[in-house]
Design a protein around this ligand. Sequence first.
Ligand code: HEM
Ligand SMILES: [Ca+2]
Length: 755
Amino acid sequence: QTEKSFVSLDHAHTHNKIPPCATCPRHGRCVPKVQCPAHLRPGSYNPLCELDGAVGVCCFTGLGHAAESDHISRSSASISAEDIKSSHSLSEKKLAHCMSKANKLLEHSAYTVLNTTHPSYGHHLSVATLDKRAATLGRGGLLNLFAAQELKARQAISDEDLELGLTGHTDSPYCPPQPTCTAPSRYRSVGGECNNPLHSTWGAVHTGYERLLPPDYSDGTWAMRTAMSGLPLPSARTVSSTLLLDGTFPSRTHNLMFMQFGQFIAHDTSAGVVFTNNQDEAISCCFNNGEDILSPELQHFACAPITVAPDDQFFGTFGHKCINFVRTQIAPADDCTVGYAKQMNGATHYPDLSHLYGSSQQKLSSLRAADALLKTFNDYGRELPPLTKRKECMTVKEGAACFESGDHHGNQIISLTVLHTIFTREHNRIARALYKINPFWDEDRVFWETRRILQAVYQHIIYNEWLPSLLGPQILKTFGLYPSAGYSSAYDPHVNPALSAEFSTAAMRFGHSVVDGRVMIPSPKMGGVYETISIPEVMFQPSRMRLRHFLDRLLIGLTTQPMQTVDPFVTEGLTRYMFHGGNPYGVDLASVNIQRGRDHGVRSYNHYRQLIGLPPYLEFQHFAPSAAQRLAQVYERPEDIDLWVGGLLEEPVDGGLVGPTFANIIADQFNRLKRGDRYFYEHGPDVNPGGFTPSQLEEIKKVTLSRLICDNNDGIELTSQPPNAFLRADLPGNEPVPCDSPRILSMDLNLFREN
Ligand code: HEM
Ligand SMILES: [Ca+2]
C-alpha cells in the first residue's frame, strides 16, 4: 500500500501542469532532473521549475551526488594521519599480493590465457588497449581503491561519505602525473588534456567514467552489484536468453547507416579498458573454452565469468557453462583522492575522432604520412586505411586484409571499417585542398588545420543530423542540443564532459538492439541483391574491402536497408554468433552488456526512472504484459532489473527512437559534451582557442554525412545519395539525388585561405 501511494504521488509531481516556480531561489539553476541527482536525496530541497517547455528542478549541487549542506559540513572532515598512513601501506601489500597471484597464473597459461581462436578473443580485441600507459595508471587505480577499502574497513570513511564522493581531503597512495598545459593551443590535444584550463585532465584519455548516481557496488567500493535481497543477481546469460530474443522488426524510418554511425560515435567516446594478465595477454576465466567456470584458484582477480545454465537453449547444446568476462580497469582520480571505483576510458571522452587519429602522440605519429596526409593502403587506385601487421583480425586466411585505426577496433565489423575509410579519405581530401589554397603553410600546419576542420564537420553531423533523429524535438530543446544560428554560448568551464557509466554501459548500447543480423549488398547495375552477409562473417574480417565494387555497394546498402527498431529484440548475430570465427558458437553481447553494467556498479533501472522524474515500477505488472512475465521469471524483484534491460523495454519518446530513460541519459551526455568542451565547433573565439570565423562556421554547417559519402566513395557504382544519410532512401522526400544536387551542399574551403 505505501509503495503504491509513493508511485501515484510521484506521478502527480511529474505531471504538474504549472511548475510552482519559474526561477530558482538562492542562485539555484533550473536543470533537467537527470542533471541533479540531489533531488532524490531524502530531505533535499529542489523546487520544480520551467525549462523550455519541460519540467526541471532547481539545483544547488550540480552533478554532485551530495546535497549542498553535506558538502559544506562534511568535506572538511579529516581522517587521521595514522589511518591514512596505514591504509597506504596495506594497499601496497594488497596490490603486491594480487600481482604475485597473477604472476603465478602465468605458469598455468593453458587454462588462464584465452585461446586466440576462441570467439571471446574477438571480445578481447574490442575492449583491450595496446597503450602501455593504461597499465601503469590501472595499477595506480587499484592501489587507491585498496586504500579506500581499508579506510572503509577502519570506519575512517563512512559508507555514506564514500557513496556521495565526500573524500576530497583523503590523500591517495598513487597520484597520476598531471599534464602541463602551456598557452592555449589552437588545436585539441591528441589525448584530450588541457581542454579545460582549470581541470586539465577532464575528458582526457585514461580517465574514469563519471556517474549520474552513486554506484551500487555490493561492498560499496568495487564488488559487482547483487540483488536487493543480498543474493546474487540472476546470471546475465539467463536474463539475456529469457528476455532479449531474436526477432526482426525493421524501422519504418531509419536505415542501417544510422546504426553504423552510432557505433562510430560510441568508439570515439568510449572504450572501456579491461584488465590483461601480467604479460598483457587476454585473460581466460572459463575452463576449456567454456566447459565450466575456472576454479577460483586459477581465476585472475579481474575475472567475473558469466554462468550459463545447463538447459541453455543455445550454449547448453555445446555443453557450455561459462562465458568469459574480464572486468574493466580502474582509473586513479586525477585529484589524488581515494573513493569507490571509477572505470577507465581508453578513448578521449570528447567526440574528436580519436578513433581516427589516435588518443596518443605516438599512435598519431604512426598513422601520419608525408604531406599532412593520413597513411593509406593504395589498393589499385583505391585508398583504404593502412593495412596492419598486428594480429587484429580473426582470420589467418591467405590474402586476408586487416586495417589500422586510431583505436584498436576499427575492424570490429566491416560497415565500421567503411566509415573509417570515408573519414580517412575526407582528411586527405581536405589536406590536399588546403595545401593548394595555402601553399606557404608547412606540413604540420596543414595537418592540424585539416584535423580541426574535420573534427568540426563530424561534430556538426552528430548534433545536426544524428541526435535529432534519435531523441525527438522536446528533449533536444530542453537539453539545448540543436545547433545555433551562429556561435553557441553554451560553454561552461564548470561542466565536466566525462562520459557517464550509465551512458556507456547502458543507454548508448541501445545500438545493439538496432543491428540487423544480415547486411544486404545491392547490385545497383543489375538491380536486386548481390549478396546477403550474415554479420559475424564480417567481424574482424574486413577482407571484402578489397573487392573493387564492395565499398560503393555497401554504402548504398547501408542507406537503403532499414535498421531494426529499439526494443528488447537483439539479433542472434550478436547474442549467439558474435566473433564466432571458425567456431559454431560465438559470444553473447547482450549478457556481456548486462554483466558490464554490474561490473561498473550501475544501479538498477528503477533508480534511473526516478532520477529522470518517472515513477519506479514496483511491480512486474507495471511493464507490458509480454515482458512482465519474463521479468518475473528471472528477477527476484523489479528493483533488481538491469538498466540496459529496463531501458530497452520502454516505448520511445515522441519523435524519437529510444524510451525516456535512455533519451535523458543520452541527452545529458551530449549536453555535457557540448557545454564542457572548450573546443566544441560552435564555440566562438572568445572561449575557444580554435574557434572558427562566422563565415567558416557557416561553411562547416553546410556539411552532411551524405556530402562526405558523395565526396569519398569509389565512384564505381555510387553516384547519388539520399539527402539525409540516416533515413531510409525510400522515405518520401529522401529519395536519392545526384551527388552534385543543391540538396547535398558542400563547404567552400576557400574560406580557410589565410591572407
Ligand atoms: C555493429 C555491430 C556491433 C558489434 C559487433 C558491437 C560489439 C560490441 C562489443 C564487443 C562491445 C564491448 C562490450 C563489453 O565488453 O562491455 C561493445 C561495446 C559498446 N557498444 Fe557495441 N557493437 C556493435 C554496434 C554498436 C552500436 C550500433 C552502438 C551504438 C549506437 C554500440 C555502442 C556500444 C557502446 C556505447 C559500447 C561501450 C563501449 C565501451 O566503453 O567499451 N555498439 N560493442
Ligand atoms: Ca574521443
